[in-house]
Design a protein around this ligand. Structure first.
Ligand code: IPM
Ligand code: MG
Length: 359
């Protein structure tokens, strides 16, 4: 029996609790099959925490996370809190948890499942072979720079500042090179070095680190061009590394290549093995509580957690194989079903994946 690992569970809002419940079901089955052992501790986060505790990220939730070996997050936000002031927005909690837990690296794989190729808005022949990872810097840049309003010459002005230091760029770029080295050995660094000073620093640092990875082929692409190339030649990308805001935008674009955002998992990592794992999709308040949401992205996030935080490769692979098997036998939740009338619900999909799991 493996050592007991502590998992902080922050299910959040909307469909968060539904999809997290299915992921936990899968984790429990892997305890049985692979001799793993988990202890789950639940914390309030996001809109529900605003309602119950008056803040999106209560200190006790943060403590639960800091005490854990990994965090499993559902989703946060919803129309109910959209007009709140900054301190009382679920998104502020999300930025806070990233910063507080030192999660500077956000890894978002976008791979096209063969049996779901038709779900994308792009032509199947353009998508053929698409399997890329966006590595997004997560705790710096314009998201965390100084922000303020002031009285300017022409009335009220707003200022957001974008700051990166060398160390911040180095650590994320090294991580991206490491990931590329274990994959197809191709790294695309995305910036706006023709305009932005932070991007010129970014590019300098990338070029300085590159000789440490002689086997990895490096290309620099400007962010506007990258947005275009992602639609034109998605399969030619392997690992894309970029700063916080560009990564936010490009990772949504990359997710949409697959046509099935309900399938995409993500990891947010810091210096050690600790990580936060969550589906790429949001809280989908329009379908919350109906039992029709797709739990696969959260279940695949567990596979990422097993691989990246715990090194449980066999169990990670088993989860991915079980998901493939269920999809290949034709089962779909509504979001990815062509024939909506035969779609399965959230718990049914979870049960199917649990049943397909093999040691
Ligand atoms: C994401 C989201 C967040 C971000 C929002 C909700 C603050 O879009 O995780 O990509 O911009 O980082
Ligand atoms: Mg985003």
């Amino acid at each position: 029996m493996a050592e007991t690992k502590k998992i902080a569970v922050i299910a959040g809002d909307g469909i968060g609790p539904e999809v997290v419940a299915e992921a936990i079901k899968v984790m429990k089955k892997t305890e049985e099959l692979f001799g793993l052992s988990f202890e789950f501790e639940h914390g309030l986060f996001g809109g529900i925490a605003i309602d119950e505790k008056g803040t999106p990220l209560p200190q006790e939730t943060l403590d639960i996370c800091k005490n854990a070996d990994a965090v499993l997050l559902g989703a946060v936000g919803g129309p109910k809190w959209d007009n709140n002031s900054k301190e009382l927005r679920p998104e502020t909690g999300l930025l806070g948890i990233r910063k507080e837990l030192g999660l500077f690296s956000n890894i978002r794989p976008a791979n096209v499942f063969d049996c779901l190729r038709e779900a994308s808005t792009l032509k199947p022949e353009v998508l053929e072979g698409t399997d890329l990872i966006v590595v997004r810097e997560l705790t710096g840049g314009i998201y965390f720079g100084e922000k303020f309003r002031r009285e300017g010459e022409h009335g009220e002005e707003a200022v957001d500042t974008c700051v990166y230091n060398v160390a911040e760029v180095e650590r994320i770029v090294r991580q991206a090179f490491d990931i590329a080295q274990k994959r197809r050995k191709h790294l695309t660094s995305v910036d706006k070095a023709n305009v932005l000073e932070t991007s010129r620093l970014w590019r300098e640092v990338v070029n300085r680190i590159a000789p440490e990875y002689p086997d990895v082929e490096l290309e620099h692409v400007l962010v506007d061009n990258c947005a275009m190339q992602l639609l034109r030649r998605p399969a030619s990308f392997d690992v894309i590394v970029t700063e916080n805001m560009f990564g936010d935008i490009l990772s949504d674009e990359a997710a949409m290549l697959t046509g099935s955002i309900g399938m995409l998992s993500s990891a947010s990592l810091g210096e050690g093995s600790f990580g936060l794992y969550e589906p790429v999709h949001g809280s989908a308040p329009d379908i919350a509580g109906q039992g029709i949401s797709n739990p696969i992205a959260t279940i695949l996030s567990v596979a990422l957690m097993y691989r990246l935080t715990f090194g449980y490769e066999a169990a990670a692979q088993a989860i991915e194989d079980a998901v493939s098997e269920v999809l290949n036998s034709g089962h779909r939740t509504g979001d990815i079903a062509v024939d909506k009338s035969s779609a399965v619900g959230t718990t049914e999909m979870g049960d199917l994946i649990v049943a397909a799991l093999k040691a």
